[in-house]
Design a binder for this molecule. Structure first.
Ligand code: HEM
Ligand SMILES: *[C@@H]1O[C@H](CO)[C@@H](O)[C@H](O)[C@H]1NC(C)=O
Ligand SMILES: *[C@@H]1O[C@H](CO)[C@@H](O)[C@H](O)[C@H]1NC(C)=O
Length: 318
C-alpha cells in the first residue's frame, strides 16, 4: 500500500458510520428543485419561531440513531413522548413540505433530509450563516424512545454530562459551543430552567451564575409550579428572533437561560470558556464554526443506499 492509500484507509476506518456518502448534489437529477420547493413552503409561514422549532427537530433527530427522521414518527412509544422532547414543534410545516415534495418528485426526498434543508434555509433567512447542506439520508422505519431518553441532553444534566453526550455523537467542545449557539433564537418553557430561579440544585437559592435583573424578569413569567409550561422565555433575551452571536455575550453577562447554556461559560476550567469568548468576539468565527458543526451533526449515522426508506408521510412508515 502506498503512503497515501494507508492514510486514506485509516481515515475511512476512523470515519466508520460517519457518511462520506452524503453529498450536496444528491438530488440534482432526482429532484433538482428541492431547495426552492422547501423555501417556498417555509416562506409562506408567519411563525417567527419556525426556524428555532425546525433546527431543534433536526438536532433531536440526529442524536437518536442518527439523522433518520425517527423523531417525526407518530407511533406508540415514539420519540415524541420522551421527556427531552417536550415542547417539540413544527411538525405541521414538515408535513406541508413533504406534501409539496411528493407532488413535485414523488418518493425521492427523505424526511431526514427535509429537516436538514429547512434548518439551513430558516437559519440563513433570519440573519444566520449559509452552509452547504449534505444530502442523501434515508428514513428509518422505527423510532427509539429509550434512545431519546438516553442520548438527548437535558438542560440540568450538568456540564460534564452534556459534554459527554456530545462526545458520544462524535462532537467535540467546539461543536458543543457552536451548536449551543442555536439558542440565539427560540423559546423555552419555565419547567426547563425554573430550578435556577428559586432552588438551584436543592440549595434553596437561585443559581449564583444568573444576573440579578435577568432573574427578576424570568421570575415574572415563571412565578410558580403552575407556570411550568409557560413559554415566552427567549433563549436569547437580547435579539430573540434573529440569528447572531449575542447568545455568547449573554453568557459572558450571566444571561444564559438554561443551566446548560450558562455552564459553557461559568464552569471553572472548562475548555468551552475560551470558545464562548471567541464567538462573543467574532460573529464571523461563530458563523463559520456553526456551519461546520451543522454539517458534522447532520452526518451522524445516516441511513444511505438501500437502508431505510423514503417515507411518503413523515409521520408514518410506508
Ligand atoms: C447543549 C445541549 C442542549 C440542551 C441541554 C438543550 C435544551 C433545550 C431546552 C430545554 C429547550 C427548551 C425546550 C422547551 O421548553 O420547549 C431548548 C430549545 C431549543 N433548542 Fe436546545 N438544547 C441543547 C442544544 C441544542 C442544539 C445543539 C440545538 C440545535 C443545533 C438546539 C436548538 C434549540 C432551539 C432552536 C430551541 C428553541 C426551540 C423553540 O423555540 O421551539 N439546542 N433546548
Ligand atoms: C424549478 O424551479 C425553477 C426556478 O426556481 C422554475 O423555473 C421551474 O419551473 C421549476 N421546475 C419544476 C419542475 O418545478
Ligand atoms: C433504525 O433504527 C433502529 C433503532 O431504532 C436501529 O436499530 C436500526 O439499525 C435503524 N436502521 C434501519 C434501517 O432500520
Amino acid at each position: 500500500m502506498s503512503g497515501f492509500s494507508i492514510v486514506f484507509f485509516i481515515g475511512m476506518m476512523m470515519c466508520g458510520a460517519c457518511s462520506a456518502q452524503l453529498s450536496p448534489t444528491f438530488y440534482a437529477t432526482s429532484c433538482p428543485n428541492v431547495s426552492s420547493i422547501v423555501r417556498d413552503v417555509v416562506q409562506r409561514q408567519s411563525d417567527v419561531r419556525l426556524g428555532a422549532k425546525i433546527i431543534r427537530l433536526h438536532f433531536h433527530d440526529c442524536f437518536v440513531n442518527g439523522c433518520d427522521g425517527s423523531v417525526l414518527l407518530d407511533v406508540a412509544d415514539g420519540e415524541k413522548g420522551a421527556f427531552a422532547n417536550g415542547g417539540l414543534d413544527g411538525f405541521e410545516v414538515i408535513d406541508d413540505i413533504k406534501t409539496a415534495l411528493e407532488n413535485a418528485c414523488p418518493g425521492r426526498v427523505s424526511c431526514a433530509d427535509i429537516l436538514a434543508i429547512a434548518s439551513e434555509i430558516l437559519v440563513s433567512s433570519v440573519g444566520g450563516p449559509n452552509w452547504q447542506v449534505q444530502l442523501g439520508r434515508r428514513d428509518n422505519t422505527t423510532a427509539n424512545r429509550a434512545g431519546a431518553d438516553a442520548n438527548l441532553p437535558l438542560a440540568n444534566d450538568g456540564f460534564d454530562v452534556v459534554q459527554q453526550k456530545f462526545a458520544d455523537q462524535g462532537l467535540d467542545s467546539i461543536d458543543l459551543v457552536a451548536l449551543s449557539g442555536a439558542h440565539t433564537f427560540g423559546q423555552a418553557r419555565c419547567i426547563t430552567f425554573r430550578d435556577r430561579l428559586y432552588d438551584f440544585g436543592g440549595s434553596g437559592n437561585p443559581d449564583a451564575d444568573l444576573d440579578a435583573t435577568y432573574l427578576q424578569t424570568l421570575r415574572q413569567n415563571c412565578p410558580d409550579q403552575d407556570s411550568a409550561n409557560n413559554i415566552g422565555n427567549n433563549l436569547d433575551p437580547t435579539t430573540p428572533n434573529g440569528f447572531d452571536n449575542n447568545y455568547f455575550t449573554n453568557l459572558q453577562n450571566n444571561r444564559g437561560l438554561l443551566q446548560s447554556d450558562q455552564e459553557l461559560f461559568s464552569t471553572t476550567g472548562a475548555d468551552t470558556v475560551a470558545i464562548v469568548n471567541r464567538f462573543a468576539g467574532s460573529q464571523t468565527q461563530f458563523f463559520d464554526a456553526f456551519g461546520e458543526s451543522m454539517i458534522k451533526m447532520g452526518n451522524i449515522s445516516p441511513l444511505t443506499g438501500n437502508n431505510g426508506e423514503i417515507r411518503t408521510n413523515c409521520r408514518r412508515v410506508n
